[in-house]
Design a protein around this ligand. Sequence first.
Ligand code: DON
Length: 337
Amino acid sequence: MSVSSKRDDLGALVRETRAISSPFRTYLNELYTKFLPLRDGAVANYIPELARANPDAFGISVVTMDGRIFSAGDHQQLFTIQSVSKPFVFALAMEKHGREFVNSKVGVEPTGDAFNSLIRLDETSKRPHNPMVNAGAIATADLITAKDSASRLRLIMEMFRRFAGRDLNVDMSVFISERSTGHRNRAIAHLMLNFGMIGPKVDETLDLYFQQCSMLVNAQDLALMAATLANKGIHPTTGEKAVDPQYIRDMLSVMLTCGIYDYSGEWAYRVGIPAKSGVGGGMLGVVPGKMGIAVFSPPLDERGNSVRGRAVFEQMSIDLGLHIFESAGAKLPGLLP
Ligand code: DON
């Protein structure tokens, strides 16, 4: 297996594995071929830009800790990151304000409800249950504070650049659509303002949230972002530190318990990989110390998770033994043989 460096179509410096007979690439191609005929689900249709997505688009990407990238299918096709952005902005908020403060504004409890649930604020604390539902993500975006809206967006874009290893851009037409149709998110934000859970810059914070959701990525970007988390916060090809490693534990915990919305319990049981999905069809998963995995395929199940994404993760978890409670390798010197 020979590994070489080159610039990919998007200008990111990637280490490409040139392995005509790589067994792992063959395995990914087999997964692609196996699940391409899966025709269940429907593309998101709450805005025209997402409704136009090609239901046959399907890409898989895996990045290892030493920066090898294995892909199959449409792994270079761009789509909007949507809710996959949520754990990353959660970490940025913790880097800015610390774990305790962020936790006073956003809980870490699964809801069992849909991602856009309107009413699920904790009855006593008025906090959103977790940063993966829209209420929690909007409260988290509110914590990305800076002198003006452009500086707030810059903080988020800088963070994504560190994780993806290249500059990401906002899809303006998706952003404008999200903003002009996001009445439910607006209602959630105003309810939280009423309870004093977010500050008064509601429109600015909502714009920031819509922009973070409208960031363009491909499956390879998501796999690199996941691999960075698997690699203690160090990007596997640029070597740049993307996040304070102490917060990765927080991110992965909420991803495992809340990342796949109201399928999270089933996911933890069946797949056991901390993961996050988005309505653009993207899904990423983190296998700590081993790899980052991403799948892109727009048709979603009734809970908003990519149908092919779910199928690929379930299959990989079984085939490769990736469930965290199967692959745990605790090292306790002097306690274990
Ligand atoms: O807030 C929204 O409705 C979307 N922009 C993001 C939602 C999302 O990706 C939920 N995912 N499954």
